[in-house]
Write a protein that binds this ligand. Structure first.
Ligand code: PLP
Length: 378
């Protein structure tokens, strides 16, 4: 890495202080691989925070999605409905298990899965006698999806929900933490997320048995006999005791990180109040976002584009990113079916994510805001 010293990153890791204590403990006990007190502790502490029955600590969020699909019995020939406006890791595991993703568009209020498009897709499949095996529902940038409407529909059609809450740890819908609404919830602790384990993920569920089985699958599915005996295809997906130690330290500061990211968002609103060409993502009543990333769209037909803003920021040593490119537009998923699509395509065309790290200083935010103000005053 050779970025200049004053470079402002999009979402860098932010240590809390106690991570090295837990990592040192792992060294002291010589439990430096995929079992130990940190893995157990991290799982218990995460489950306790969420009020979920149990959690499995895994090597990535992607692995958690893969094992969630297996837990729901998704396999070859099945369809899985999936938000189209998301990171590619939401949908890749659908193909790992031999199933086919069917993409569903966003709605403009939360940018997440559109209940109307979902209902249209389910009605379509019901008429064909071929309902999807699951819905992979994503809460982007920390903003909750419209859970009441979506769950009413999925309950009606009896389609289980996997929540991809990789970006939404600490976010709430009507007071309830995201990741705890579906059959299973997925979190990521990649380096850019609200808390990190350097790299890692978790699957959580109210069903303790599902999580028990997930742990087993994540450690090569060994049968309980002294020799190596296998009846099921397993995976090497367990989180290491070192990484889990980082995670324990990070969990201790999670609520503080949520407050800090929300403050970053509020600061941008204040600093950029005069630029009325920007449309921010507001929180509807009952929605509580961790504000993982502060994002906006530039008003339609504006004389400055989001890409011009991104380039102006980069020239000032500031990292900004476009919003996710919808998956139905990716060459990787060429030919996949999509219900709707125009809303997510429009968000991609006009949207930008600003540096949003919890360690971002007000001074840095002023630097970001000044570049944007200048672009609009030109
Ligand atoms: C980060 C992310 C993932 C994948 O998590 P990894 O830990 O990087 O595998 C999945 N879905 C979404 C929406 C993400 O942002």
């Amino acid at each position: 890495m050779s970025q200049p010293k004053d470079f402002i990153y999009l979402s860098p890791p932010h240590m809390g202080g106690r991570e090295q204590f837990y990592v040192q403990q792992a060294f002291n006990q010589n439990w430096v691989t995929t079992a130990g007190a940190n893995v157990d502790g991290f799982e218990q502490e995460l489950a306790a925070y969420l009020g979920a029955a149990s959690a499995a600590a895994l090597s990535s969020g992607t692995a958690a999605i893969h094992l969630a699909l297996l837990a729901l019995g998704v396999g070859p020939g099945d369809e899985v409905f999936c938000s189209t406006f998301t990171f590619v890791a939401s949908a890749n595991p659908i193909r790992y298990v031999g199933a086919t993703p069917v993409f569903i568009d966003s709605e403009p209020t939360t940018w997440n899965l559109c209940p109307t498009a979902l209902e249209e897709a389910l009605l379509n499949r019901q008429q064909q006698g071929n309902l999807p095996k699951a819905l992979l529902l994503v809460h982007l940038y920390g903003m909750p999806a419209q859970m009441k409407e979506i769950l009413e529909i999925t309950r009606h059609y009896r389609v289980p929900v996997i929540e991809d809450a990789a970006e939404a740890l600490g976010s709430r819908y009507q007071g309830q933490l995201l990741g705890t609404f579906g059959e299973a919830g997925v979190f990521s602790f990649n380096g850019n997320k609200i808390i990190t384990t350097s790299g890692g993920g978790a699957l959580v569920s109210a069903k303790a048995e599902l999580i028990q089985n997930t742990r087993w699958l994540s450690t090569q599915a060994k049968e309980p006999v002294p020799y190596y005996h296998h009846t099921t295809q397993g995976y090497n997906y367990r989180l290491s005791n070192i990484c889990a130690g980082i995670g324990r330290g990070q969990l201790e500061v999670l609520e503080e990180r949520v407050r800090q990211r929300r403050a970053v968002y509020e600061n941008y609103l204040g600093l950029l109040a005069e630029v009325d060409e920007l449309e921010w993502l507001p929180e509807p009543e009952g929605f509580f976002s961790n504000r993982w990333l502060s994002c906006f769209t530039v008003k339609k037909g504006c004389f400055v584009t989001s890409e011009e803003l991104r380039l102006a920021l980069l020239a000032a040593n500031i990292e900004a990113r476009p919003l996710w490119q919808p998956l139905h537009r990716q060459p990787l998923f060429k030919g996949s079916e999509v219900f709707g699509g125009a809303v997510s395509e429009d968000l991609f065309a006009r949207g930008l994510c600003l540096p949003s790290g919890s360690s971002l200083t007000l001074e840095d935010q002023e630097r970001v805001a000044n570049v944007i103000k200048k672009a609009f005053s030109a």
